[in-house]
Design a protein around this ligand. Structure first.
Ligand SMILES: [Ca+2]
Length: 140
C-alpha cells in the first residue's frame, strides 16, 4: 500500500475510533501532528517501540491506542500493559515522560511540549509475561 493510501486508512481508523468507548482524547482527532499504526507480536518487558519525531508544532497529547489484546496467560487473559514514554537524549540517560497502564484502549501522556525523538517501552505486563496487540496506534 502506498504511503498516501496508508495515511488515508489511518485517518479513517482515527475517525472510527472517535465513536469507541465514549472517550475522545485530544490525540484521537485527525489533527494530531503525527501518527503511525502498527502491531505488537509477543513483546515482553523491556521491549522498545520504533521511534518517532515530535517537532512540537502542536499542543496535541501523545497517546497510545491498543485494540485486540492478548497475553500469554491463557487462564486470566489480558489485563494491562504498563507503557513508559521516553524522549531520546544523546550522551545522557533518556528522559522518562511518564508511565501509564494500557487496559486495551487509549492512554494519554499529555503534551510533552518538548521537541525530539520519542519511543515507548513495555515495562510491565499485568497477567503473564508476553503481550500480542493486533492494532497499535501512536499519535502525538
Ligand atoms: Ca506538542
Amino acid at each position: 500500500m502506498s504511503t498516501r493510501r496508508r495515511k488515508a486508512a489511518g485517518l479513517l481508523a482515527g475517525v472510527a475510533l472517535l465513536g469507541f468507548g465514549g472517550i475522545t482524547p485530544a490525540n484521537a482527532g485527525v489533527t494530531a501532528e503525527g501518527q503511525f499504526e502498527s502491531e505488537i507480536k509477543w513483546w515482553t518487558a523491556p521491549t522498545e517501540s520504533r521511534r518517532w519525531s515530535d517537532n512540537n508544532d502542536t499542543w496535541d497529547y501523545t497517546g497510545i491506542y491498543f485494540a485486540g489484546c492478548r497475553s500469554d496467560d491463557d487462564y486470566r487473559g489480558y489485563d494491562y500493559a504498563s507503557l513508559r514514554l521516553w524522549k531520546y537524549v544523546s550522551y545522557a540517560p533518556d528522559r522518562n515522560k511518564g508511565t501509564r497502564d494500557n487496559h486495551c484502549g487509549w492512554v494519554d501522556y499529555g503534551d510533552p511540549d518538548d521537541a525530539g525523538t520519542y519511543y515507548f517501552s513495555l515495562v510491565d505486563v499485568g497477567n503473564g509475561d508476553y503481550i500480542e496487540i493486533d492494532y497499535v496506534k501512536v499519535a502525538w
